[in-house]
Design a protein around this ligand. Structure first.
Ligand code: 0O2
Ligand code: 0O2
Length: 225
């Protein structure tokens, strides 16, 4: 096993474990028939090429080290997507009350969006991973954002690759305007939140009732006789 594989292994474990735990939170809301503030969860270990780019940016050596682990807080990255802006606060509250991780920093790019137009709430956590060599504390970055913020960020991220971070002025302006439009969409949706959630609860009840009316295999056999 290479030294990078060995270095990144606990990060992979942290991402896998946290992804299961956060998806579990969504499941718990569903079991209780309560609208979940979490729509979906994704996670990734930062690819080596991106780690390399970040080390160049930060002027640190590209080698597995304590310094790298300390300076790059998003080698383990989780993303939690929400339907409504107010869900983000609920999710952050849920994170604050967990005792399997420790929050080391919070960055609010929602009330203070980035110059690019980027909006998201970032929580940096320290998460203990159990390994065969004992416990290892891993830093992970959890990005919490609405579906609209996520849509904007993924589009902008792809364009960033194309233009290598140097956008033509017109594209930059359009992206800033698109970010505002996405935020307007979030605001409008928030205003009819109760209406939307009532409809969603009605729809999931309807789906459940449809499921319970499907004949089981055994019933199917009987009716075919
Ligand atoms: P389902 O049944 O599709 O909802 P892995 O491939 O093992 O690393 P995972 O979770 O499969 O892990 O992949 P990833 O990329 O971390 O997470 C993707 C999950 O996010 C998938 O769900 C996607 O369906 C879900 N997803 C992506 N975009 C959206 C979206 O716009 N809305 C919703 N509701 N879900 C989205 P799952 O967990 O595979 O299950
Ligand atoms: P990737 O490919 O997502 O991993 P840092 O640069 O991390 O040491 P900083 O600047 O305080 O320190 O980090 P920040 O801005 O809190 O978080 C960085 C991450 O947030 C980025 O990771 C992106 O995922 C996301 N992000 C921040 N600004 C933007 C933006 O303008 N557009 C988009 N699409 N995403 C953004 P990486 O490593 O840059 O990229």
């Amino acid at each position: 096993m290479g030294q990078w594989d060995r270095f990144l292994a606990p990060y992979k474990q942290a991402v896998d474990e946290l992804k299961i735990k956060f998806k579990g939170m969504r499941g718990q809301f569903e079991t209780e028939n309560t609208n979940s503030p979490i729509e979906f969860v994704t996670g990734r270990v930062k690819p080596l090429a991106s780690i390399y780019d970040k080390t160049l940016e930060k002027g640190i050596a590209f080698e597995p080290s304590e310094k790298l682990a300390h300076e790059l807080q998003d080698i383990a990255g989780l993303r939690m997507m929400c339907q409504f802006v107010s869900d983000i606060e609920t999710v952050v509250g849920l994170l604050r009350q967990r005792n399997d991780l420790r929050i080391v920093e919070e960055k609010d790019y929602i009330s203070q969006e980035k110059q690019s137009g980027y909006r998201s709430y970032h929580v940096i956590v320290e998460y203990p991973v159990q390994t065969i060599n004992g416990e290892q504390l891993i830093l992970a970055e959890i990005q919490i954002r609405t579906l609209a913020m996520n849509f904007w960020a993924s589009i902008e991220h792809s364009l960033n690759y194309k233009y290598k971070g140097i956008f033509p002025e017109e594209i930059k302006l359009r992206l800033q305007r698109a970010a505002e439009a996405a935020f307007q969409l979030d605001e409008e949706m928030s205003k009819i939140r109760d209406e939307i959630q009532e409809a969603q609860a009605y729809f999931s009840e309807y789906k459940e009732s449809q499921n319970t009316h499907f004949p089981t295999d055994r019933e199917g056999e009987q009716t075919n006789r």
